[in-house]
Design a protein around this ligand. Structure first.
Ligand code: ATP
Ligand code: MG
Length: 425
């Protein structure tokens, strides 16, 4: 079978041709082939070759030895980098992770055999001919994810493959082959050997894109998250165990794709699973999310907690002040983000009525100002007007003034603000 090349593959074609001109074998492999077969856009192009890394370095002018110990050289052609990797076997796996050392070989089939799933173990030649010794095409046609060879051995060699499996099942809407899934569940405890950074990368990829729902469903069903190198807090583990049976969680997963940003999806998960602030924080820390990401996710959790605790239906004025002070504390965008999360949460989590949400949104739009620097008085104005030493009172007064102006209860006028401040004195 011959396949049509996408532009990205076409632009990598000169590399494959050059290797072949020098009597080496060279093929496109991995995700680029899988996505070509599926007619999907290609993210990056990997090339496998019989040439040794030093021969690749000799043949191409612009190279970066990105993964020399694994036989990988990045070849730059017209400003795009392509990973060129020597055919290899992976020597003995240690601790259920990718091995440190590799064994170079000269045959394509051996190189395809070390790959994780049949759909990732196809190769495409320069003339468009597909090499598919393990039946990747047939598996893709029946939406099946299947390990290359014995799934038990493959997951035992490299436990990260279990998370990759769940990701591919989700992203490509596949069903795992029976033996593949059984082996995954059987060996899930081996996930404890995988670095948390890699777990995070896989979870992020599961959550990104059009169908986080399917990946999450299989993730929960696999129980993989109960076997991390650094475990989640008991509270989180309990929530994950309950998630499998819970219709509320299913409903949450089903609407997650409506949120455009991956961190909003993380936030919706933390809120939807009803994790406490501490449990959410622990989970994000264990998963090694950056400080900036952790902060923005936790601010959603915090806003939610504050709003739930606000007794939100009882007193409209108090609710408005609470809402505006949160907007001042976290920024207007955070409030808009939180509203978008609330919209995808299932009905049965403590819910806010549509009319209340509309009201909150309106208050936000009507907010006169939201930042101290927009206020018509400064700390200096206050100290000189009141003839008092600067102290904590300054920021306290400024914040109180800001809230009053934000709520439209006081004009943002210097004299009016100073007058109000002197009334507090
Ligand atoms: P994507 O780039 O969308 O994440 P991919 O399949 O291209 O998916 P890469 O990590 O880019 O994944 O790896 C390229 C190829 O290398 C894979 O298609 C697969 O053939 C092989 N591969 C990657 N990781 C593993 C692994 N842990 N075990 C076995 N083979 C792997
Ligand atoms: Mg790839």
């Amino acid at each position: 079978m011959r396949l049509a090349f996408s532009d990205l593959i076409l632009s990598a074609l000169p590399i494959v041709k050059r290797l072949r001109d020098h009597y080496f074998e060279a093929f496109f492999v991995g995700g680029a082939v899988r996505d070509t077969v599926l007619g999907l856009p290609i993210k990056d192009v990997d090339i496998a070759t019989s040439a040794r890394p030093e021969q690749v370095l000799d043949l191409f002018e612009h190279c970066i030895p990105t993964g020399l110990q694994h036989g990988t050289i990045t070849v730059i052609n017209e400003d795009i980098g392509y990973e060129v990797t020597t055919f290899r076997l992976e020597s003995a796996y240690e601790d259920h992770r990718k091995p440190e050392s590799v064994l170079y070989i000269t045959e394509l089939e051996g190189d395809l055999l070390r790959r994780d799933f049949t759909m990732n173990a196809m190769a495409l030649a320069a003339d468009g001919e597909l090499h598919d010794p393990y039946g990747g095409m047939a598996d893709l046609q029946s939406n099946r994810l299947r390990s290359v060879g014995d799934p038990n051995a493959r997951f035992q060699e490299d436990a990260l493959r279990m998370l990759r499996a769940v990701r591919f099942i989700g992203v490509y809407q596949l069903n795992p082959a029976y033996r593949t899934w059984r082996a995954l569940k059987q060996h899930r405890a081996l996930l404890q050997f995988i670095a948390m950074e890699r777990v995070q990368a896989e979870l992020d990829k599961m959550l990104t894109g059009g169908s986080p729902q399917r990946a999450l469903h299989f993730l929960v069903a696999s129980g993989l998250l109960l076997h991390l190198k650094e475990p989640f807090a008991k509270e989180t583990e309990t929530a994950l165990k309950q998630a499998e049976q819970s219709n509320t969680t299913k409903a949450l997963f089903a609407r997650l794709h409506e949120l455009m940003d991956v961190d909003l999806r993380w936030s919706a998960l933390a809120i939807g699973l009803q994790l406490s602030y501490d449990a959410a924080q622990q989970a994000l820390q264990v998963l090694r999310l950056s400080n900036a990401r952790t902060k923005s996710i936790l601010s959603m959790v915090e806003i939610h907690r504050e709003m739930i605790n606000s007794g939100y239906e009882a007193n409209e004025h108090r609710l408005r002040i609470k809402w505006l002070s949160l907007a001042i504390r976290f920024g207007k965008q955070a409030m808009v983000d939180w509203l978008s999360i609330i919209h995808v949460l299932p009905e049965s989590t403590p819910s806010f009525s549509d009319s209340l949400l509309r009201q909150l949104n309106e208050w936000l739009e009507q907010m006169f100002i939201s930042k101290l620097k927009e206020l018509s008085v400064s700390g200096k104005d206050l100290t000189s007007h009141m003839q008092k030493q600067a102290g904590p009172w300054v920021s306290e007064y400024l914040n109180k003034l800001l809230l009053l102006v934000a709520a439209g209860e006081l004009e943002n006028d210097k004299n009016a603000l100073l007058l109000q401040a002197s009334l507090w004195d």
